[in-house]
Design a protein around this ligand. Structure first.
Ligand SMILES: [Zn+2]
Ligand SMILES: [Zn+2]
Ligand SMILES: [Zn+2]
Ligand SMILES: [Zn+2]
Length: 125
């Protein structure tokens, strides 16, 4: 029997999971800071890190909207409970894959920033 299921929002996709707000941690403590140039470089990397986070969060939010739109669209048609469960399973899977992609991007951004920072210190010596 086909029943028209009530539209629900995707509460299964919490948006808070990926809000990276932690400041970027440099591989040395601030007592090593020598001079304004170094401080300025740290500030620059911090700003880059912040911008990277904002871009990732925006991407994450857009992906949630995509999934929610796909969900709403699927609900335009009648489906069985079983079909609905399957749909939600697929949405969760797509969401997890998206998260893995974003985590990897985030990770590589950190590595890039770390390398930039390391470079500076190598020249500084
Ligand atoms: Zn649903
Ligand atoms: Zn998410
Ligand atoms: Zn980060
Ligand atoms: Zn430094």
């Amino acid at each position: 029997m086909q029943t028209r299921l009530k539209k629900t929002t995707l509460a299964i996709l919490p948006l808070t999971g990926l809000l990276w707000t932690a400041p970027f941690v440099f591989a040395h403590d601030d007592s090593f800071l020598r001079g304004d140039e170094h401080q300025a470089m740290h500030n620059e990397l911090n700003a880059e890190h912040q911008a990277g986070h904002e871009a990732l969060n925006a991407e994450h939010q857009a992906e949630h909207q995509n999934l929610e739109a796909a969900h709403q669209q699927a609900h335009e048609y009648p489906m069985t409970r079983r079909q609905h469960r399957r749909l939600h399973r697929q949405l969760r899977k797509a969401h997890r894959a998206e998260h893995r992609g974003l985590e990897a991007e985030h990770q590589s951004q950190h590595e890039e920033l770390n390398a930039e920072h390391q470079n500076f210190h190598d020249f500084d010596r």
